[in-house]
Design a protein around this ligand. Structure first.
Ligand SMILES: [Fe+2]
Length: 340
């Protein structure tokens, strides 16, 4: 039961048939609790919404200036937070179901039911929309916190190993640019960014002396450095990421022809994200300064991936990497690729 002291619900009815509009107005007056405003066209609704807020919208789908399900999209564009209840005729109840699938909260069949039914439908629509918005906001908040946590993990490693400070972030930005050029979805790109930001996490287990020592490492020391791929994967293995982050980390030093490590995987046995990550990692590493050598520059980096395109590196990833570097230059390393 609605609190009788609650402020009236501001309801916008968009209906071009004066008879239907009159009937709803009379029924709602009987039910009480509504402050009803009416528009006969989408244009009138737009003007009204420019100056007023609606708690809910009752929407006829065939208006003089808008028809069918497109009317819903236009209304959602005008009032994204307002729940929408669609009016349908008796003959086209299917349209009501389609409208709900399209994001409306409910539908009413014209001429069926009384003011209480309309009132209850609108109230439930408001509740449903509020829950939907709350769920969406909480999912976005969690996503942001996850990214911030991953960034903090990334920084933890880089604070210990200042010679590679910024490496993972720069690799992440390039990898996402490559993935985007390959046409990957935003969800896949978010996963790629996550894996890239912590792809060297396992180096936390490698003595920092090994990482910053100039000159060639002994086989034994290099063996320890190489363990970082498996160790990093092991660290995140227990996290239920919605992406194959552990495999991205485990496989980022694998090479298409099986010459990489730790497992010597080849071809499709390496997941696509790890193949892109390998290209971004190598290009960033070669083009930047390392403790054991000065920066070799972008030309050397691009020559490495071009020379081993199809043997060590995924041909499409190489192609897209060349494309984004040609387009953006080294600025591609610094662009915050995805928000949060
Ligand atoms: Fe690595």
């Amino acid at each position: 039961m609605r609190d009788p002291n609650a402020p009236p619900i501001r309801l916008l009815m968009v209906e071009d048939n004066p008879g239907d509009a009159r009937l709803v107005r009379a029924l709602l007056a009987e039910a009480g609790g509504f402050e009803l405003s009416c528009a006969e066209t989408m244009a009138q609704a737009r003007d009204w919404l420019a100056d007023n807020a609606a708690d809910a919208v009752l929407l006829d789908l065939s208006l003089p200036d808008s028809h069918g399900l497109e009317t819903i999209d236009r209304m959602r564009g005008l009032a994204p937070l307002a729940p929408v209840v669609v009016f349908t005729g008796l003959a086209d109840e299917d349209v009501g179901v389609a409208a709900v699938k399209r994001g409306c909260q409910d539908y009413l069949v014209k001429g069926v039911g009384d003011g209480h039914l309309i009132s209850r439908t609108v109230l439930y629509a408001i509740e449903r929309k509020a829950l939907e918005v709350e769920r969406q906001q909480s999912a976005e908040r969690m996503k942001k916190v996850l990214l911030q946590t991953v960034r903090a993990m990334s920084l933890t490693l880089e604070m210990r190993d200042p010679y590679t400070a910024g490496h993972q972030r720069r690799v992440a930005n390039l990898a996402v640019a490559i993935g985007r050029a390959m046409g990957w979805s935003e969800h896949t790109l978010e996963g790629l960014q996550t894996g890239a930001l912590i792809h060297d996490l396992g180096k936390i287990n490698v003595p920092s002396d090994f990482l910053s020592r100039p000159g060639k490492l002994s086989d034994a020391a290099f063996g320890v450095v190489k363990s970082h791929a498996a160790v990093g994967a092991e660290i995140v293995d227990g996290i239920d990421f919605p992406w194959p982050v552990a495999d991205m980390i485990r496989q980022h030093h694998e090479r298409l022809d099986g010459s990489g490590y730790p497992l010597g995987l080849a071809g499709d046995a390496i997941i696509p994200e790890a193949r892109v990550l390998a290209v971004a990692d190598v290009v960033e590493a070669i083009s930047s300064h390392r403790p054991y050598r000065p920066a070799l520059g972008m030309d050397v980096a691009l020559a490495e991936i071009r020379d081993h395109r199809g043997s060590r590196y995924d041909p499409q990833a190489v192609e897209c990497c060349e494309k984004v570097i040609a387009l953006e230059g080294e600025a591609v390393f610094g662009v915050a690729a995805l928000g949060g």
